[in-house]
Design a protein around this ligand. Sequence first.
Ligand code: SF4
Length: 181
Amino acid sequence: MKLLLHVCCGPCASGAVPWWKERAGQVLGLFYNPNIHPLLEFRRRLVGSREVAAHVGIELVEDLAYDPEAWFAAVGGGGDSRCSRCIDQRLDRTAAEAAARGCDAFSTSLSISPWQDHAGILACGEAAAERHGVEFLYEDLRSLYGESRRLSREWGIYRQKYCGCVVSEWERYRDAVEGLD
Ligand code: SF4
């Protein structure tokens, strides 16, 4: 089976790619994450993903389009619906790429993270599969999260402190900065 794996970042890929490599005959990665703000953070996670791809021995396809204005126009808005649209955008692109490359199925490294909405990943993946005619394989890989962090530390991979968009950065740090000035 030829599988296209959406790679959200290096740390998640360090656990997810080996798991999928053991089960699929061929794994190809796709870095497509226009949700990562700001640009230098986007580049750090891209570099981390490249380093992991080299460690685990897969080819990494890269979509380097970066346009926060376009992202907010397509995904912006509040709360859970924003995250659902964000995941949907990335999995739709992955499904389209999988179809174009003749892959049998696609999946995402997001499913290793305990911080992501797994019901949303499943729903968005299945909807994208339906639209593009390629199977979506969901696996709950959260039990591998600790190992993925250990591996990324060992390999010196950049580890981010927030999900991706500037809203998530604000949610992560808003309490910490209170009273600093
Ligand atoms: S918090 Fe994460 S999943 Fe939600 S919109 Fe921001 S980057 Fe996307």
